[in-house]
Ligand binder design. Sequence first.
Ligand code: NAP
Length: 243
Amino acid sequence: MKVTIVTGGSRGIGAATARRLAEAGHAVAVGYRSDAGAAKTVVDQITGNGGRARAIAVETADAAQVEKLFAEAAETLGPVTGLVNNAGVGSRIGRFADLDEADLRRVVEVNVVGAILCAREAARQLKSGGAIVNVSSAAATLGSPFEYPHYAASKAALDALTLGLSKELGPEGIRVNTVSPGIIDTDFHGSQSGEPGRADRLGPNAPLGRAGQPDEVAAAIAWLLSDEASYVTGATIRVAGGR
Ligand code: NAP
């Protein structure tokens, strides 16, 4: 059985991915940082449909907690076969010169250090047939000027991680890929960027004329973790409505 850890699985893209993977037969470890109630809701939805899931608290920027996440997932669900490296933060958007140092550091700490720690633990635990999906952002190639270039830079670092790990872990039979969402309608914008209406403002700029939905990103992630993607590694699927 596939056992997949989804960091940031309590809300938004991660929650949609957890549900979708469960429908595809994965047992899912739903990682969350602070919102235990939201994580429990996702677990209850999965188990209510006959699936297997477990909510596990983790601060992904803390190596000891990441090791505990993987250990608890293995103990309760079975040997871990996949990681969706999804937990990420933005910060208040604004003119770059005015951005707050603590915000800049937190974005790098979670989006770069946290994702690297989770990927390292996956590299230690996964066996042949395992797979990692890094959830990056279209921002990595757009740059996010006047909003958060540091966030774009953090996601570009994640893209480089996919490149290196796909080459290093490929010979072990472990695939590593990226999904790069564009503007997706989640709480991210209100809670992170400080502009709850950001998806409505920017969505119409995409060639497809709207923001994306979490399920549309989850579909790409689930495919990359499926056996149908058995010869796909080092790839990026952009789910950004043409941006
Ligand atoms: P979201 O709705 O804000 O959800 C973020 C999730 O990450 C929550 O489950 C949160 O847990 C968790 N999390 C945050 N910091 C964490 C930490 N330090 N340790 C562990 N968990 C942490 O975000 P989203 O929109 O679904 O975004 C998911 C991913 O997609 C992120 O990497 C984001 O950068 C990327 N992305 C999003 C968009 C977009 O437009 N929404 C576009 C491109 C890329 P708690 O709720 O428990 O704190």
